[in-house]
Design a protein around this ligand. Structure first.
Ligand code: GDP
Length: 294
């Protein structure tokens, strides 16, 4: 991930460090290169522009130019701004009391896999999660959730194939949950190829009924700016509390990760980096900035 961006940054910063005495022109040239590299990584245009302006404001300061190692200082400014762009501090899940997590997203984004990954992760952290299948359109999705649930050894509620009302399923699932030891219930919902009215209506009803502490959008990083626009739409529909960005392992550009927070204002809480059920990781903006800088 970020391979092309990391390579261009490495080259730009190496050139900057190699200059004996840095001038404002050297900095302006470097920032132009970085802006292009960000756009090539599929970062949203206004996000890249604002980001470069922030770095420029600090990098052009007299203290930087007069400092012993101006190149190093500029790399540091860049790193810190990048961590800020990615969201600043890591944002943990809000799991107060008997917590409910609603997962939403488009088909193929990795929702069901992520439901299993998250349940497994919470279990390893000492919690007692339950999984609930709320996808009433694709029986295969219900079976798939049951499979991942058994792989991570977490109890799962699966509705009857005849069920058509998602709120009825959630009601029955909560009655079942009351008979199980648990402290968090994860609801996997139906996806679509694209966001349509029916999906939004159903999700809104389920969201209103459950009042979940966390409503997490599962978005495919490999779809770049598409993932950011999907996040905006889901946020308008049900006010998401965070994002799980999947398939970072197969996204060489990284634009979605870089633009997501700035465009939606919502934190990336986890990232998926592989198909295996233990490949879900907390998202730490500063560590990600380190990774991008190589
Ligand atoms: P859903 O339709 O949103 O429920 O998506 P699925 O959970 O069925 O996932 C769709 C495909 O993406 C499956 O082949 C998963 O194995 C794959 N997948 C999910 N998360 C990741 C990830 O982080 N990395 C990679 N490489 N594949 C993933």
């Amino acid at each position: 991930m970020f391979s092309a961006l990391s390579d261009s940054l490495d080259k730009t910063f190496r050139n900057l460090r190699g200059v004996g005495k840095i001038s404002e022109k050297n900095i302006a040239d470097a920032l132009r290169e970085i802006r292009l590299a960000l756009l090539e990584a599929d970062v949203e245009f206004t996000v890249a522009k604002t980001f470069i302006e922030h770095v420029k404001e600090q990098a052009m300061g007299a203290e930087v130019l007069k400092s012993v190692k101006p190149g190093e200082q500029i790399v540091k400014i860049f790193h810190d701004e990048l961590a800020e762009l990615l969201g600043g501090d890591q944002v943990p899940l809000e799991l107060e009391g008997e917590a409910r997590i609603l997962l939403c997203g488009l088909n193929g984004a990795g929702k069901t896999t992520t439901a299993g990954k998250l349940a497994g992760r919470l279990k390893r952290e000492g919690r007692r999660p339950l999984l609930v299948a709320c996808d009433l359109y694709r029986p295969a999705a219900i079976d798939q959730l049951a499979t991942v649930a058994s792989q991570v050894e977490v109890p799962v509620y699966t509705p009857d194939a005849s069920e058509t009302d998602v709120v009825k399923v959630a009601t029955d699932a909560l009655a079942w949950a009351a008979t199980q030891p648990h402290d968090v219930v994860i609801f996997d919902t139906a996806g679509r190829q694209e966001i349509d009215e029916r999906l939004v209506e159903e999700l809104k009803r389920l969201h209103a009924f459950l009042s979940p502490g966390e409503t997490l959008l599962v978005a495919d990083a490999a779809t770049g700016q598409g993932a950011v626009s999907v996040a905006r739409h889901f946020d308008e529909a049900v006010s998401i509390t965070g994002i799980i960005l999947t398939k970072l392992d197969s996204d060489a550009r990284g634009g979605a990760a870089l633009s997501m927070r700035a465009v939606t204002g919502k934190p990336i809480k986890y990232v998926g980096e592989g198909e295996k059920l233990d490949q879900l990781f907390e998202f730490h903006p500063d560590r990600m900035a380190d990774r991008i800088l190589g």
